[in-house]
Structures are given as structure tokens and as C-alpha cells.
Design a binder for this molecule. Structure first.
Ligand SMILES: [Zn+2]
Length: 226
């Protein structure tokens, strides 16, 4: 079931109180329109009735798509620096729904369970799956690409994300977290994913850098080191 709650929030432009139908959970099988709205970036965006400025609320909800075998715990982008805490919370919420002895237990082995931060992080997981790209190998390819570019920038408002793919190439780029605008876009040969897949030992260290829990992302390495 997809769940929304009417919540009073403050317009970031004029400060007026706005009643917002805030999402709590998305069931993408029953509501494919919500998945489409996430992908076209219109989801949870609406104009303020007082000043007319359209704004988008930072995401905090669970996303379930049993047809595509996806469970995503989605958190505000600004929570990234505390990713260890939110990874633990994501795991707890996953276990509550799909752990041993729960109604969802039968599904658990099949689901890709991930913790993501911000709309861009969520979009990327959905786009990768759509193009049959393993998300761990994608993050490894991104990190390898950044090192090749010598462009490992740490900015809190910049994210290096997959934005599309063809049979031969991945389109990746630097996007701004705040505006979701793309600054620089690069094409990476899809062959890089095949190389990573076929030589696991050579890439083992990079795999450890981007994975290890539900937060599978190149930024594991860059933010909030223990
Ligand atoms: Zn306003």
C-alpha cells in the first residue's frame, strides 16, 4: 500500500504554511504512476498556494516494488553524513517487514534492499535496475571513473550519478543535490562493468569501498568515516 499523510510544512520561499500530502511509503506495483513521477522528478513537488513557488520536499519513505524485487529505504539527502546510523535504521526497518517470522519473510531472499539518500540517489537505483546494471558494480565503475578523471570532489551539493545507459555506454554526470541540475556529463564504456564482473579479485578492494551494508554508494568511502 502507498501511504500519504497530510502534513503542515513551511514554504521555503515565502515561509507560508502549506498543507502537503507527504509520502510515507510507495508501493510501485500498485502505483506505477508514483514510480513514473519519481523518474520524471515531479513526485512530491508542488507550488506554494501563497507565492506560487514550486518546491520539492526532501524524501523520507520506503519504496517497495515486488515485481522488480526492490526495497529502498529513502532518506533526506542532508542525512548522508550520518549514513552509518541511517544504514542501521534501514536494516531495522527491512528486518521488521521482511525478517524471519514476518509476513514478508518469503520475499526476503529475492529483494534488493538498499538505503539511499535524496531523490538523486533513489533515481539512480531505479535507472540502474531498468538497464540491468548491478548497483555494486556500477558504484565501482563510478569510483574508478572518478579516479581516472582526477575529479574526486567532496562537495556536499554534488553527486556523481548514472543518468542513463545504452547497450554500449553508461551516461554518468555530476548533479547538484539542491537543484537536481546536471553540470557535467560523461560517457563511460559499458565494457568497464564487464571487466569488473569478470575479474573479481582485481576489483575486490574497490568492491569493499562501495558496499558492506544496505548503503551501496561510492560516497561510503568519502563521507562520515568511522
Ligand atoms: Zn510560498
Amino acid at each position: 500500500m502507498s501511504v500519504f499523510n497530510n502534513t503542515q510544512i513551511t514554504c521555503p520561499a515565502c515561509g507560508a504554511a502549506v498543507t502537503f500530502e507527504l509520502v510515507h511509503s510507495v508501493n510501485a506495483v500498485r502505483r506505477p504512476d508514483l514510480r513514473a513521477a519519481i523518474l520524471d522528478r515531479s513526485f512530491q513537488r508542488q507550488p506554494c498556494p501563497t507565492c506560487g513557488t514550486a518546491f520539492r520536499v526532501d524524501p523520507q519513505f520506503t519504496y517497495l516494488d515486488v515485481a522488480r524485487k526492490q526495497f529502498f529505504a529513502v532518506w533526506p539527502a542532508s542525512n548522508l553524513v550520518q549514513w552509518r546510523d541511517y544504514e542501521t535504521r534501514s536494516q531495522a526497518s527491512y528486518d521488521k517487514a521482511f525478517g524471519p517470522g514476518t509476513d514478508g519473510a518469503a520475499l526476503a531472499g529475492d529483494l534488493l534492499a538498499r538505503c539511499v539518500f535524496g531523490w538523486l540517489g533513489l533515481n539512480e537505483k531505479i535507472i540502474a535496475a531498468e538497464h540491468k546494471i548491478d548497483d555494486v558494480e556500477l558504484e565501482m565503475a563510478k569510483l574508478a571513473t572518478l579516479r581516472t578523471l582526477g575529479d574526486l570532489k567532496l562537495g556536499a551539493d554534488r553527486e556523481f550519478r548514472l543518468v542513463g545507459a545504452t547497450d554500449d555506454e553508461l551516461s554518468v554526470g555530476w548533479l547538484r543535490t539542491s537543484t537536481e541540475e546536471i553540470d557535467d556529463e560523461y560517457s563511460v564504456p559499458r565494457q568497464l562493468l564487464k571487466d569488473i564482473h569478470s575479474e573479481p579479485e582485481k576489483w575486490a578492494a574497490l568492491r569493499a569501498d562501495v558496499s558492506g551494508g544496505m548503503f551501496v554508494d561510492y560516497r561510503r568511502l568519502l563521507f562520515g568515516k568511522a
